[in-house]
Design a protein around this ligand. Structure first.
Ligand code: ADP
Length: 286
């Protein structure tokens, strides 16, 4: 049986797809992946993008989760409809440094289930990369649905081998097993991994200061070590992170100091270093 993500004809379909010129103005691309749903991938993607914008980087946030787009709610942009300029889609501005596009902006009815096969999803993702007026970006953050299906495959192929993956996991073994597959998926496509983030990792009790490992902890770090990829830290369980997401406030924009904010900032710092490296390569100083 063919074990590759796309079934028959996989070798052919794993080739990069040409998108001439369209993404040349984006210096660095970070694709946020997870093995499982519910581990906080969209929360990490949203806070990474907000954190990069707050650091002064020109940032784009693209949500290609066609079946469960949560970025509009997390970023406080639910119900917003992007405008068009001719054939171009104008991304929605979260602030002057952060432009957002989500499949959720284009659903007539947010309760509607999207029933699309792979090629249709690939067509929509291509439109998001080629027909959105992203302009010059220091970093594009792409939030993919969990797993190694059509959406992450299309995104990585279209962005090419210089797109790097940020893999989010929770500490439980059942999530870690799936993350191993996500790393294998990136390797098969020839994309580097920026690092692994372990979210929902322990709870810092505000009363006694003790850290309680509700879902265990350390699995992400062990996996990073065994897979030879950087470990970018543990983000603790923090009710404020969930509350901010539900209320459409990017957590990092409202909460600067907490164990969770420090952990998010460590991920942002890794992305800033990556964007700076890509900038140097583009200008020939690498
Ligand atoms: P995914 O994109 O992996 O499906 P989400 O980012 O939508 O996951 O997060 C799932 C739920 O967990 C959301 O309600 C979110 O607010 C909450 N959440 C994510 N990370 C944390 C955290 N560190 N602490 C508390 N709640 C969190």
């Amino acid at each position: 049986m063919n074990q590759s993500p796309s079934g028959d004809g996989a070798n052919e379909s794993l080739q990069p797809l040409e998108i001439p010129g369209a993404i040349a103005r984006i210096k660095s691309k970070i694709v946020v992946l997870s093995g499982k749903g519910g581990v906080g991938k969209s929360t990490v993607a949203a806070n990474l993008a907000a954190g990069l914008a707050l650091e002064g980087l020109r940032t784009g946030l693209l949500d290609v989760d066609v079946h469960g787009p949560s970025i509009p709610r997390i970023m406080g942009l639910a119900g917003v409809k992007p405008e068009m300029a001719g054939d171009a889609i104008l991304p929605v501005e979260w602030n002057w440094n952060l432009k957002v596009v989500s499949m959720g902006f284009f659903l007539a009815n947010p309760d509607e289930a999207v029933i699309w096969r792979g090629p249709v999803k690939g067509g929509v993702i291509k439109q998001f990369l080629t027909q959105v007026a992203w302009g010059d970006l220091d970093c594009l953050v792409v939030d993919c649905p969990p797993g190694t299906g059509d959406e992450p495959l299309s995104v990585l192929q279209m962005l090419g081998e210089d797109a790097t993956a940020l893999v989010v996991t929770s500490p439980q073994d059942v999530a870690i097993d799936d993350v191993r597959r996500s790393i294998g998926f990136c390797r098969e496509l020839g994309n580097p991994v920026l690092g692994i983030v372990e979210n929902l990792s322990g709870f810092h009790c505000p009363q006694c200061g003790t850290v309680h490992d509700i879902f265990k902890s350390g699995g992400g770090e062990r996996l990073a070590e065994s897979a030879g990829v950087p470990f970018l830290g543990r983000i603790p369980i923090d009710g404020e992170v969930g509350r901010a997401a539900d209320q459409g406030e990017a957590y990092l924009a409202v909460k600067g100091t907490s164990p969770a904010a420090s952990a998010f900032k460590r991920v942002v710092a890794a992305a800033v270093r990556h964007a700076a490296g890509r900038g140097r390569e583009a200008s020939g100083d690498a």
